[in-house]
Design a protein. Structure first.
Length: 78
């Protein structure tokens, strides 16, 4: 059965940037997957398809979102 996972990813730019520019970003994705490992793999593939190298993915943490109660699943900015 498919479940919803929130996958938190730390992205880090590897090229040299001026110290005034933040080189780390935190992104959370909502992923539909069978288990936590598949959710992490889907998130990783997403960022690779968007042109980020694997070396830019610092960490991946996944947690299942409970769907038996109401709540905010995510925020879209843009």
């Amino acid at each position: 059965m498919m479940r919803i996972f929130k996958v938190r990813v730390q992205l880090e730019k590897k090229e040299e940037l001026p110290k005034s520019i933040e080189s780390t970003a935190y992104v959370s994705l909502l992923v539909l997957a069978v288990d936590e490992n598949q959710a992490k793999q889907i998130a990783k593939e997403y960022f690779l398809e968007e042109g980020l190298g694997e070396e830019n993915l610092k960490s991946l943490e996944a947690e299942e979102v409970e769907i038996n109660k109401g709540g905010v699943l995510g925020v879209f900015i843009g």
